[in-house]
Design a protein around this ligand. Structure first.
Ligand SMILES: CC(=O)N[C@H](C=O)[C@@H](O)[C@H](O)[C@H](O)COP(=O)(O)O
Length: 234
């Protein structure tokens, strides 16, 4: 399954309940557009979106369930329950937080990986540091993704993608390393693959139009401000 992703672009099609494009049918259309544009895989949030996307496209689907629990900072597929939901929905690959933060309840990273290794789905460990990548590999995951760099308090905080982490991980690990997080330009896709990424995930820069619009609107606002200071609220 992972081989189908090699040296390709994976498009993350996600809209949370508070986002304008929220809904499985809309995300399925987004996935169809990504497939038409040449994506080799889709990353999606929630069993309903995974099901709708699997009906709409024939590409491998990486499923996650984002869920917040009161007793943990881990929100990407945090417990065995979310893994079961994704297996039920037919996700081809299941991604989960593989950071060293404690998980909800008594669930452990080892339990998550054991369950996945006994399932038909491939596993993708979302990491934020090289140590986490190495540890996930030692537990037998199928691949790692740099998804959470900048999203744990102890990992490097930066505006763009963490290509240094990607390069180091690609050099040190034997399993595929996926580049993910804050990739917003085609040149960064090329750079990531050149540094050893097995595949590259792009989300917001393709599938969150409200964020894309904001950049163009900010450019226009700058001109208005420079011209006459005649600022409008949006
Ligand atoms: C940190 C976190 O929760 N990342 C999530 C993981 O699935 C998504 O919200 C991101 O959109 C995805 O990782 C792709 O990244 P970007 O949208 O930056 O291209």
């Amino acid at each position: 399954m992972l081989e189908k992703l090699h040296l390709g672009l994976i498009v993350s099609c996600q809209a949370l309940p508070d986002e304008p494009l929220h809904g499985p049918e809309i995300m399925a259309r987004m996935a169809a557009a990504a497939a038409e544009g040449g994506a080799v895989g889709i990353r999606a949030n929630g069993a309903a979106d995974v099901r709708a996307i699997k009906r709409a496209v024939s590409l491998p689907v990486i499923g996650i369930v984002k869920r917040n629990y009161p007793d943990s900072a881990v929100y990407i597929t945090p417990t065995l329950g979310e893994i079961e939901e994704l297996l039920d929905a037919g996700a081809d690959i299941i991604a989960f937080d593989a950071t060293r933060q404690s998980r909800p309840g008594n669930c452990t990273l080892e339990q998550i990986i054991d369950l996945l290794n006994a399932s038909p789905a491939a596993s993708m460990a979302d990491i934020s540091t090289l140590e986490e990548a190495l540890y996930a590999e030692s537990l037998g995951v199928g691949c790692v993704s740099t998804t959470l760099s900048g999203y744990t308090p102890y990992s490097r905080q930066q505006e763009g993608p963490n290509l240094e982490l990607l390069e180091l991980a690609a050099q040190r690990l034997k399993i595929p390393v996926i580049a993910e997080g804050r990739i917003s330009q085609p040149a960064q896709v090329e750079a990531a693959l050149g540094l050893g990424a097995y595949a590259v995930v792009v989300g917001s820069a393709i599938t969150r139009p409200q964020l894309i619009t904001r950049q163009f609107a900010a450019a226009a606002r700058k001109v208005r401000m420079n011209n006459n200071g005649n600022e409008r609220p949006n």
